[in-house]
Design a protein around this ligand. Structure first.
Ligand code: HEC
Length: 105
């Protein structure tokens, strides 16, 4: 009986810990609008590093996909990809800067 109670408790803890929160948190990917993307070279370079490391865990570097789409088209893609790659807010700013610099103009 004790085991069942402990098991049930663990389940509840896991369920609570894994439920997405409604309020904005650090993991909520908010991709900056074109007007507020950084064009600072150091930020773009940092974004390139993330793009070729953290973003290549599931697929190769998506250079072609980025070059063939406008930044506005890529924003929703970036939002879901940043979540997949579990990027921090700062990393999101950097990857966005890299993608913006290389997207179709
Ligand atoms: C957890 C796995 C995973 C991670 C991490 C990931 N992606 Fe993806 N990505 C996918 C899948 C799955 C697809 C769709 C299949 C494909 O195109 O390979 C995709 C597709 C894409 C596409 C093509 C979308 C289109 O419309 O053609 C782009 C661009 C992209 N990812 C960029 C990124 C960037 C940038 C990052 C890092 C922030 C990233 N991905 C991280 C899984 C991932």
């Amino acid at each position: 009986m004790k085991k069942i109670i402990i098991g049930a408790y663990m389940l509840i803890v896991a369920a609570v810990a894994c439920t997405p929160k409604a309020s904005p948190s650090a993991t909520d990917a908010v991709i900056p609008e074109a007007a507020s993307v950084s064009s600072d070279q150091a930020t773009v370079d940092a974004g390139h590093t993330i793009f070729t490391t953290k973003c290549t865990k599931c697929h190769g570097a998506k250079d072609k996909a980025v070059a063939s789409k406008s930044y506005e088209e890529l924003r929703p893609v970036l939002a879901s990809m940043s979540k997949k790659a579990k990027l921090s807010k700062e990393e999101i700013q950097q990857v966005s800067a890299y993608v913006y610099a290389n997207a179709k103009k």
